[in-house]
Design a protein around this ligand. Structure first.
Ligand SMILES: [Zn+2]
Length: 438
């Protein structure tokens, strides 16, 4: 941890929004305590304190109400509790419409919504919101927000396969991270830059940044607490560089975070994914795919499992299933570039996908976006079958059923089998579709 080139500071929402700083104002004090807890890896405590700040009746004329909400929403997005985050962000938006003298609340509202859209897999909306947020920040002289906005723009471009845009951002984000130009979160800029550099010039061109993140305890913690896809990415990247020690370090860091925060599924899934990758364990990685709260992360876990399975001739069918899940997952997560890569993995196994998945971002419950397999799973689950019974009928494993089910829940916007059964009964012709699809 000696001589880290990165500096960690309070996120811009703390320094830019005009808050009262009264010792008596809980709306301003609790978010800062939450930031401290979060930064040392006590994520559940961080969320609890952030929520308490939002529940507190504001007792001052400052912008503290907006700060409390923006911070809580940011944490909810990080742990992928996306519906709750959307509700809180709507309140921030309302506050910005009511009183926003310096324009800070509007910027916070737009960038929070951009993060949410990205997490949800709607990269088109994420680009639009981040560009508007960056524009407003620039016009209001709030340059501290630009690294965050550019990170979302760059990563969205990468997922969409817009390589010229993502290449433009690579050097800029690296400079933000290394020159201390981020108002906070240098790890996220560094990680985004590493991804872009790797795509542009191979793993070696990102080696310095990757090692910079993985060897710095504080930076690694900051990244693992903000990005559920980071642990697995770092394990893949450090392995490509042939650095097993760094890969183990990342897995240990992610594992420790999961042990400390047992109630956060997103953190557990990230740790399981990273550990499964390190051990070359396809079932561990598939379990992580089912547990991931982030659609892109779930797809990447399915792809990783597929790679392990494809290396074993006897597991060819499971490899195909995993890759098909990954291709659907990426397509639904606004990541056509990744979906195309998986399609070529499937071709290598002799499988051509007959029907191109929809690449547009998802919005709202819509049974029309379910794949044939998902529709069949939804139908059988609605009839009351267990995962293993569904698997027997569709000739797929229970793991794969769980993975499909997770995507069905997301697409149908339901949280349980009971809710799914209810929603499914309202889909016209769903039953017949599902029965035919197997
Ligand atoms: Zn206050």
């Amino acid at each position: 941890m000696l001589d880290s080139p990165f500096r960690l500071r309070l996120p811009p929402v703390f320094s830019v929004l005009r808050v009262c700083r009264n010792n008596t104002c809980a709306s301003s004090a609790l978010p800062e305590s939450s930031f401290s807890a979060w930064s040392r890896g006590d994520l559940e405590e961080g969320i609890r304190l952030a929520e308490a700040a939002v529940r507190t009746e504001p007792d001052c004329a400052g912008n503290c109400e907006a700060l409390a909400r923006a911070w809580y929403a940011a944490l909810l997005v990080r742990v992928r509790r996306l519906s709750s985050a959307a509700l809180i962000l709507a309140e921030v938006d309302e506050l910005s419409a009511r009183s926003d003298a310096d324009g800070g609340t509007a910027v916070v509202s737009l960038l929070g919504a951009a993060d949410l859209a990205f997490a949800r897999g709607d990269t088109s909306a994420a680009v639009d919101l981040a560009a508007r947020g960056a524009d407003r920040a620039r016009r209001a002289g709030l340059h501290g927000f630009l690294p965050d906005a550019h990170t979302v723009l760059a990563l969205s471009a990468l997922r969409q396969g817009d390589m010229s845009v993502s290449a433009q951002f690579a050097d800029q984000l690296r400079d933000y991270a290394l020159l201390g130009r981020t108002a906070h979160g240098p790890s996220q800029c560094a990680w985004a830059a590493a991804q872009l550099l790797e795509v542009r010039g191979g793993p070696a061109s990102a080696a310095q940044l990757i090692a910079g993140i993985a060897t710095d305890d504080r930076l690694l913690l900051e990244l693992l607490t903000s990005q559920p896809t980071a642990a697995a990415w770092l394990v893949r990247a450090t392995r490509k560089l042939g650095d097993e020690v760094l890969a183990r370090r990342v897995v240990a860091g992610a594992g420790a975070l999961a042990v400390r925060n047992p109630e956060l599924c997103s953190v557990g899934a990230a740790a399981g994914h990273a550990a499964g990758l390190l051990d070359g364990d396809p079932d561990g990685v598939l379990a992580a795919a089912a547990a991931h709260q982030d659609p892109w992360a779930a797809a990447s876990a399915a792809e990783d499992a597929g790679k392990f399975l494809a290396a074993r001739p006897a597991e060819r069918q499971r490899a195909v299933e995993a890759f098909e899940s990954a291709a659907d997952g990426y397509a639904g997560a606004g990541a056509p570039w990744d979906a195309r890569r998986v399609a070529s993995r499937l071709r290598a196994l002799g499988v051509r996908r007959g029907r191109h998945p929809q690449y547009a971002g998802r919005s709202g419950p819509d049974a029309g976006t379910l794949t044939n397999t998902e529709a069949a799973v939804a139908e059988l689950v609605s009839q009351g079958f267990t995962n293993s019974q569904v698997g027997e009928r569709l000739f797929i494993s229970g793991h794969t059923v769980a993975f499909h089910l997770k995507k069905i829940f997301r697409k149908m916007d339901v949280a349980s089998r009971v809710e799914l059964t209810r929603a499914w009964s309202r889909v016209p012709g769903a039953s017949r579709e599902g029965a035919r699809a197997s």
